[in-house]
Design a protein around this ligand. Structure first.
Ligand SMILES: Nc1nc2c(ncn2[C@@H]2O[C@H](COP(=O)(O)OP(=O)(O)O)[C@@H](O)[C@H]2O)c(=O)[nH]1
Ligand SMILES: [Mg+2]
Length: 365
């Protein structure tokens, strides 16, 4: 149940992912303005109509994806430093800013305590930025085990509540894998709504890969049984399973997803190799409570944090890491097929505290 990406070809994949990601950062590409977070109804309607905007431009960068969070968090923290001669007063403001950006109490306390000891040595805004960035980066890096496994087919079970972006993330992830030369099979185990199967089918067509599906209303585990069998027979590299996320029947949902996991495990040793929990960053701290339920029931191995482009609550990444102890594997920073990036703590911290309109040499008043 560990990890991801480590069958032979996957080492190269990881490297390419990291390289592509750095390219994004260096090039500092600016994607289109983020769409505002829409209502669940709108989202569901849109989601069932199309698999997302057509890929015709550059991927959104971390810098653009984190623009709203940066405005809310970094800009406030840094400008407060130049305005405030008293470290304790500044730290109290920082605490408030972090909490209002959904960083959570645990991560906020860890960071503020750390900065209390370090900030005295910083004389300029640039030095403060460095101190802050290091704290954020190290908190996110802390204890994240490198994925390792050589399983084939590799089974990735994708879970999360309705509307968080599971199906979209699966489409993006499948695209990434395929770009790197891996064969991918999708399994439509969200049989609850007919539109959910169609939506995954559209993604499969766009990516140019196969999909295993049953009728609307079929037993999800039966679809998974067929899916993993097909994957083995066809020597597929990665199988990605889409699931339903109706939270109002929480107990049933967890039982259903547990059954899906067991079914996969009976057919393929150690499957699912990754349980990827998709979390919608726009839901902030609520997401943490949801995540705990999934983690307790399923043993989540990693998180995909979506819709960072549409929220100022990107600080929730820090809460996920400290309060759940889970590594963030991917972030969604747009609706297009290429708007998914493997998580990188350093890039995250850098993008969060870059471009803050601050004179690097600014000192305190
Ligand atoms: N802005 C933005 N929208 C996203 C992102 N990921 C998913 N969405 C949108 O969120 C909505 C719900 O996504 P969907 O994949 O159907 O969620 P599911 O119910 O969990 O499968 C759709 O309109 C997606 O286009 C993202 O990273 N950024
Ligand atoms: Mg879905």
């Amino acid at each position: 149940m560990e990890a991801f990406l480590e069958f032979p070809a996957a080492v190269a994949v990881a490297t390419l992912f990291a390289g592509g990601f750095l390219g994004w950062l260096v090039a500092r590409l600016f994607g289109p303005a983020a769409p505002p977070a829409d209502s669940t109804q709108d989202r569901e309607a849109n989601a069932s109509r199309s698999p997302g905007p057509v890929a015709n431009s550059e991927p959104a960068s971390w810098t653009s994806g984190l623009a709203r969070t940066r405005g809310n968090l970094a800009r406030r923290m840094l400008s407060a430093w130049t305005e405030n001669p008293d470290v304790e007063v500044w730290l109290r403001g920082v605490e408030e800013t972090l909490l209002s950006s959904d960083v959570g109490i645990k991560a906020t306390t860890l960071l503020v305590d750390r900065w209390r000891g370090e900030i005295g040595g910083a004389a300029t805004a640039e030095e403060v930025r460095t101190v802050i960035q290091c704290g954020v980066r190290e908190l996110l890096e802390d204890g994240v085990a490198a994925p390792s496994s050589s399983d084939k087919p590799r089974v990735v079970l994708v879970v999360g509540v309705n509307g968080v972006g599971k199906t979209t993330t699966i489409g993006k992830l499948a695209h990434h894998y395929k770009q790197e030369g891996l064969s991918v099979l999708l399994v439509a185990a969200d049989t609850f709504r007919a539109a959910a199967i169609e939506q995954l089918q559209l993604w499969a067509e766009r990516v140019g890969i196969d999909l295993v599906k049953h009728q609307h209303g079929a037993d999800p585990s039966a679809v998974v049984f067929d899916g993993v069998k097909a994957a083995r027979a066809r020597s597929v590299d990665v199988v990605i399973i889409d699931t339903a996320g109706r939270l109002h029947v929480k107990e049933n949902l967890m039982a259903e997803v547990q059954k899906i996991a067991r079914t996969a495990g009976r057919e393929i040793a150690d499957a699912p190799h990754e349980v990827l929990l998709v979390i919608d960053a726009t839901t902030g701290q609520n997401a943490i409570n949801q995540a705990k339920v999934f983690h307790e029931s399923l043993g989540v191995t990693g998180v995909a944090l979506t819709k960072l482009d549409g929220t100022a609550r990107g600080g929730v990444a820090l809460a996920i890491r400290t309060e759940l102890g889970l590594p963030i594997r991917y972030v969604g920073i747009g609706e297009r097929i290429e708007d998914l990036a493997p998580f990188d703590a350093e890039a995250f911290a850098e993008a969060l505290f870059s471009d803050t309109d601050l004179e690097p040499g600014a000192t305190r008043s």
